[in-house]
Write a new protein. Structure first.
Length: 405
């Protein structure tokens, strides 16, 4: 790690493209003192060692190769600031835009202290985000294949057998015997193959996620919140990264784009719809959680019935999603139970979660029942819960180590 001076002597802007980059540097008085340099992405490491110093403050826009630049350059320079493209509209909306102009403008804005940087997640968070995104992509491909197959049946006036999953392996012979043309059969088999591939990829991705989940003590904290299941909890943690980045729940709400638009100027103050300027995956996860919580949790069901009469269904769901995200902030920040938690529901959710990720992935070789009790004790709730209903059966929980009040 190079010695880092407190004050940078050069501010270097990078305009990054798929195969090459352009770098220009200015001094604190905004005078060009470095470059322009253009080099291939494959030459980045060697170029950085020869041209960058610990007195350089580097700025780059968030794009495809940004993480590569950050990892290579960060140990060599004073600092690396990554900016969100909409935050540099002076470059994005310029009428005359070249690589050199973009790099120079970035450097000058950075030297002037006008560029807010964004958080760069550590490698493990990036990999988790990529895995979650890959699973979601495979689920999307699966839905596309199913829609195309349903459309084929509708075009031909064919009704699928009732009470049977039409895309199960047992139904493949039924598909093969349909009265279709050669081209229709070709497309049908292609869609069925696409569906099989997507399903196998989803299963593989989920196996990896289950293994990771067993090592993350934050997952059970989220599972206790009604509406948040295994995949939703993983998505939330991947999007948030470290909860310590958000000193207040309002900042987390803003990060998800679930905060209301505000215009406060002069004598007027108006608010509007949510900003949607945040992580889309986190926002969607919370809306999904709200949709699942409303039918099953008495508190959120009462909130929905009360507010939907005044502001409508969709706005109420978004409002509940925002409140659930505030609950997420509290349970992750303080390692505590959700204040609206139904103890029996929490116990059942934890037991289902333990079975979902498989017992072999639970920490310390715990059984599902012991894991459930340990997590309830960790949250300091559920001392009175003795059994977990599971279908037609009931499972007896181990005794709580906490004193029953």
């Amino acid at each position: 790690m190079p010695h880092i001076d407190s004050t940078p002597k050069r501010y270097i802007g990078f305009d990054i493209h798929k195969h090459y980059f352009v770098a220009i540097g200015v001094d604190p008085q905004l005078n060009p003192v470095f470059g322009p340099h253009q080099a291939s992405i494959t030459q980045l490491a060697e170029w950085a060692r020869k041209n960058l110093t610990p007195q350089d403050a580097v700025v780059v826009e968030m794009t495809t190769n940004t993480y590569l630049f950050f990892d290579i350059i960060k140990p060599l320079v004073h600092s690396v600031t990554v900016v969100h493209p909409p935050h540099v509209s002076l470059i994005v909306r310029a009428q005359v835009k070249t690589d050199k102009k973009a790099a120079l403008t970035l450097a000058q804005l950075h030297a002037s202290g006008l560029l807010p940087g964004i958080w760069i997640p550590p490698v493990e968070v990036r990999e988790l985000r990529a895995l979650v995104a890959h699973r979601n992509k495979m689920v999307h491909f699966s839905s596309i294949a199913k829609c195309r197959l349903h459309a084929l049946l509708q075009r031909k006036g064919i009704e699928a057998p009732q009470g049977v999953e039409p895309f199960s392996p047992e139904m493949r012979l039924w598909w093969d015997e349909l009265d279709l043309t050669a081209l229709e059969k070709h497309c049908m088999h292609s869609d069925l193959s696409m569906l099989d591939f997507a399903r196998s990829q989803v299963e593989s991705d989920e196996q990896c996620l289950k293994h990771l989940a067993g090592k993350d003590e934050r997952l059970p904290l989220l599972i206790q919140i009604c509406g948040i299941g295994f995949i939703t909890a993983i998505t939330i943690l991947a999007a948030i990264g470290e909860i310590q980045r958000f000193p207040t729940p309002g900042q987390l709400v803003g990060y998800a784009g679930l905060g209301a638009r505000v215009h406060d100027s002069g004598m007027s103050r108006t608010t509007g719809r949510i900003t949607k300027t945040g992580r889309r995956d986190l926002r969607r996860a919370m809306v999904d959680a709200a949709n699942h919580a409303i039918p099953f949790h008495p508190h959120w069901r009462a909130v929905f019935e009360r507010q939907s009469m005044h502001i409508g269904r969709q706005k109420t769901i978004v409002a509940i999603a925002r409140k659930l995200l505030v609950a997420v902030w509290h349970v992750l920040s303080h390692q505590e139970a959700d204040r609206f938690a139904d103890h029996q529901q929490v116990a059942t959710a934890l037991f289902a979660y333990a079975h979902r990720i498989r017992v072999q992935n639970l920490p310390d070789e715990q059984s599902a029942l012991q894991f459930t009790r340990n997590q309830l004790d960790r949250l300091k709730i559920g001392q009175e819960v003795r059994q977990i209903p599971w279908g037609s059966r009931k499972f007896k929980l181990p005794e709580s180590k906490l004193t029953v009040s």
